[in-house]
Every structure is written in structure tokens, then in C-alpha cells.
Design a protein around this ligand. Sequence first.
Ligand code: COA
Ligand code: AMP
Length: 623
Amino acid sequence: MTYQSEFSASVTDPDRFWLKQSALVDWYEAPTTGVATDDLGIERWFPDGTLNTCFNAVDRHVASGRGDQVAIYYDSPVTNSKASISYRELLSRVAVFAGALAARGVGKGDRVVIYMPMVPEAAVAMLACARIGAIHSVVFGGFAANELAVRLEDATPKVVVTATCGVEVARVIPYLPIVNEAIDSVENKPSTVIVMERPQAGFDPVAGRDITWEAAVAAAEPADCVPVLATDPLYILYTSGTTGKPKGVVRDNGGHAVALTYSMNAVYDVDPGDVYWAASDIGWVVGHSYIVYAPLFAGCSTIMYEGKPVKTPDAGAFWRLIEEYRVKVLFAAPTAFRAVRKEDPEGQLFNDYDTTSLEALYLAGERLDPPTYHWLDTLTQLPIVDHWWQTETGWAIATNPRGLETLPPKPGSATVPTPGFKVEILDPEGRAMAAGEQGAVVIKRPLPPGCLPTVWGHHERFEQSYLNAYPGYYLSGDGGYLDEDGYLFIMGRTDDVINVAGHRLSTGTLEEVVAAHPAVAECAVIGAADDLKGQVPVGLVVLKDGVAMDLASLERELIADVRSQVGAVASFQRAFLLERLPKTRSGKILRATLRKIIDGEPYSVPSTIEDPAVLEEVAAVIT
Ligand code: COA
Ligand code: AMP
């Protein structure tokens, strides 16, 4: 099967194409309909099918004879520990933890927030929710209390699952102070907090609310899989949007299972029994899809790596894992390899390990810059696949579809649209743009299975953010172009989302923190280009009249505020003091122009600007 015929089949008759692919998963009631429009006018996949996601990820592999195969390798250089968990053992752990959740009143449709480091218990908790039809919402362990609170407020979980701490390279991060502060600040409080104890930190249980993981499972009976509708939600994952308030991306059960299982072969060219490693974190969509669900749906062995690409202990960490676990495919963020390259520019550590098991490297989370592409290409002599996707889609919108056909790569391009995603480039009036012309990257509806059907609790935000701009299309928020050969080039966000070391953040959230500083009258936070992290946020600040504060003190206080209210991952380190911000006559801050000035790129003076002289003032301060 070549790529072109598969792609055509997927977009000319999506219903038929995906009904055929639905046979990749096990159903209680197999669907007879592919896609149907619901009462809200949204296309939903497999509306009459029933299944269980956990069954497809775990039970069915034990039933088919993979019980002794490793499901999860846990490798933690920061705690000096390793473990291998077979599918059989995973099944038993998940069933018992599902029983523990059920014993605390969690049932179908109830929410469970998981705030955990990269330990197998995090995956166990996710799968246990899926087993009983509960909806998990994993919150990245690097987020501060305020970010956790916003998510608790929106998801209103019955139970929170956490650990006593996360372990970073140079420090232990106690989680309970963060969890307690977040819970204290929300109205609807979870009734139970299940705490996995780690030797690096203890905790003082809150009476009547907290129970240790150990105690919860000791008292529990294993729970069986509960059939759910394909369209029932599996999880909510909050992601940054244009405003300061994150959007709860909803993932359903059936479309997700079909799409991810399909992707393991079509996109990644892996088979049951292969070792597949996504070096991400379960708090991000890459972790949900390609650390936990997809490799397990496909009967692969996955790796949970609690470490970094560098400093744990050195820039050979990724190569060491490839040798040790015989990894066939590695998926990581470009920033991780920029960090490796910075510490080991000649790639000498690569030669210290036997990496012959590795067949391809996949990169996503941000654009794969051509220098990093060429460095990896020369070093590994393997296919280096830049593939583009988003939390909203849950899987790659564009890729080199190696399982179908390996296309010649073009550095800087995410190759071609994945089967199911009819990608087009539109101008602001909704007209199709010619090959090579840059515009808004959109996807013709219906989106394929696996993509979000709504925003949790705020369907109007889903329509406003993604569907209203171009009727009949999903708006990705990225700009880019298709070249004459149909290759897609993603050139960056057209909104206020920034990507810091592969972490998606909203400048709106950061602006809320900076603007709340008592000395600040007005501010803009802009993503400036950064050699290592891709982008880092920079604050442009106008002080209140009469306030005399030196830049160094202000910067220090803003850094502390961002760390405590958003998290250290935001990497906010720089601010500039301005007399005024450049704005349009209607009062909008000219962010795109500011970004160009900060990055030292040529800029033109927008015709809508209120006072062109401001741009010169700004340029004089920040360049
Ligand atoms: N819990 C708590 N804190 C965390 C955290 C977590 N899960 N993850 C990161 N942090 C903290 C770090 O400790 C660091 O704190 P510090 O400023 O006190 O040192 C801060 O957040 C920034 O961390 P990080 O983004 O990891 O930057 P770094 O400079 O320590 O390391 C890289 C740089 C490139 C090695 C690192 O960013 C990296 O591995 N990036 C890849 C990320 C990735 O895989 N993203 C998923 C996309 S698919
Ligand atoms: P997230 O939702 O965290 O996965 O971030 C999604 C955003 O990251 C996209 O909208 C893009 O802006 C960016 N992104 C992800 N993968 C790529 C890629 N391969 N090339 C360019 N940008 C990417």
C-alpha cells in the first residue's frame, strides 16, 4: 500500500476507511457507523460502538499470550532505580488500583486528577481510570499550585492521585505542599487524595482525605473492565490557548484507540513486541499518546524515563537507553537533541553505545530546525522524521508515513499529511493559497478519529477557538505552507501560544502574573527565539507612574512570581523596561512586530500603528 492511495482512501470515504481500521481494536459491540454528526453539529466516530480502553491496552495482550512480555520499562537515573513490568503484572496492578478508586466512589464519568512524576504508578492510575470508565486528567508535575488549582476547579475530580515528590536533576520537589495549596483554593474539593510514598520525601496526611497508595491497594478488590461508548470521554488534558485559562481538551475512547493503534504501524512502523520509547512526560499529550496508550494498544514495550537528555549523568543518556532496552523507535523533542549536541557536539558518546536496534528517530513538539536535523542525520545515519501534531489532535497531522511508504525527507518540513488529515492552507478570507504561499494551516472536517470533539465544560470555546474562523475547517493555530510536492512546512503559531523546550505555554498566562506585580502598569510577554529551548518568554514592562524600580530587582521578583505561580518550566528570565508599548489605534499590542524586534529580524511598520515612534524607542531598549 503506498502513501498516496492510503491517503486518498482516507479522505474520499473517511467513514469506510476508519470503519475498516476499527477492526484493529477489540469491541464489546463493534461499530456499524464510522462517523455521524451529533446534536451539537460535531462529527463523532463510531457512535454505536462499545469498548474498554484499558482492555485494549492491557487485558487483550495477556489473553493473546503476551503476559510475560515487558509492558513498561521504568528507568530513573535521578533515583537510581529501574524496573520491568510485564503485561501480566500490569494487569494485576491496574485492576487492583481500579478497585481502590471504585472503593472511593469513583465510577463511570467521574474525574480523577493525576499529578505525578514519571513513575509507573502514573500509568497504572491512568489505565485504572480507563478500566472503570472514569475520566483522568493528568497535570504536568512541573506546574505550580495555581496551575493545578485552575485544572482542579474546571475538572472537579472526586479523587486526586499524587506522590510525595518529584525528583529533578538537582533537587527534590515535594508535591504535597503544592497539592494542598491548590485544593485549599478551590471550591469543589476532592474527597480523597491517594499519595504514592517515595523515599525522597515524606508527608503529613490530611485526616479523612489522604491515604497512601499502599494502603489504598492493600484494601482493594480487583475491578473488571467497564464497557463504555466509543464517544464517552477517556481523558481531559489541559493545554494552553490564547487566553490565560487553559482549555480542557477532551479525548474519547473509541476514536482514540483506533487512531493510535493505526498510527503505531502507519506512522512509526512498529509491530507488537517492539520496544518503542517516547522521551516525554506523561503530563503532555506525547506522554499520554506515546508513552502510555499507543505502545500498549500495539502490544509493544514502552519506557518511562525519569531523567533528562543531559546531566543524568551525561549527554549519552538517550544512547544508553537505546542500547539497554534495544529501542526500535525513539520519539523526542528537538530541544532535547539541541541540549545533547551542546554538550557533545561531535556526538562522541553516541559511539560508546550499541544503538543498532534503533531504526528511526521521530521529533515533534516544535519545529525541527535544519541544523539539528542535519546533526542527527549525520550522526545516526537513520531516518530522522519531523512530524507535526498538537494536544488537540492527539496524533500526528503530518509525518513521513514510514509504515506505508518512506518518502524522501525535506529538512524543515514535517513531510506530508497523515492519512485522515486533509490539510489545506487558507488566506484570511478563506481562499485556498497556492503552493509555496504561507497562510493558516487548517484541516477539512471531519477530523479523523482521535481528535478532540469538544473542550471540557465549554463547548462554545471549542467552536470559537477551532471551528468558527473557517466554516467546514478546523483551525490549527499554526501558520505554514504546502510546497509543489505536497510537503507541509509548519512555520510557527499565529496566536499567543509559545513553545519553551517543547512545553506549550500561553503568553496570556504569563502576562497575568507579570501584570499582577504592584509596580507594573502594563506588560506584554513575547516568545523570543532561543538556541536551546526554541523559545523563551521575555517580559516587556511599563511601570506605573511615579514608581521607581530598577530593572534587576523587578526582574528578580517577576522570575520568582512566574516560578511560584506557573512553574519553573516557563523559564522566564528576562524583562525590559519600556516607556510605552506599541499598539494599534484600537489598542491591540503589536506582538508580532515586537517578536521580530526581539529576534533581530527586519520588521515593517504596521499601517494600523497608533504612534510609529514607539517602535524605535522599543528597538533602542531591547536590541
Ligand atoms: N517537575 C518539577 N519541575 C520541573 C519538571 C517537573 N516535571 N520539569 C522541569 N522542571 C523544572 C526544572 O527542574 C527546571 O528548574 P530550575 O529552573 O530550578 O533548574 C525548570 O523546570 C526548567 O526545566 P527544563 O525545561 O527541563 O529545562 P532545563 O534547562 O533543566 O533542561 C532540556 C533543558 C532541553 C534538557 C529540557 O528542557 C528537556 O529535556 N526538554 C525536553 C522536553 C520534552 O521532552 N518535552 C516534551 C515535548 S514532546
Ligand atoms: P502541543 O499541543 O504541546 O503538542 O503543542 C502543539 C504545537 O507545537 C503545535 O501547534 C506547533 O506549534 C508545535 N509543534 C509541534 N510539533 C511540531 C513540528 N513537528 N513542527 C513545528 N511545530 C510543531
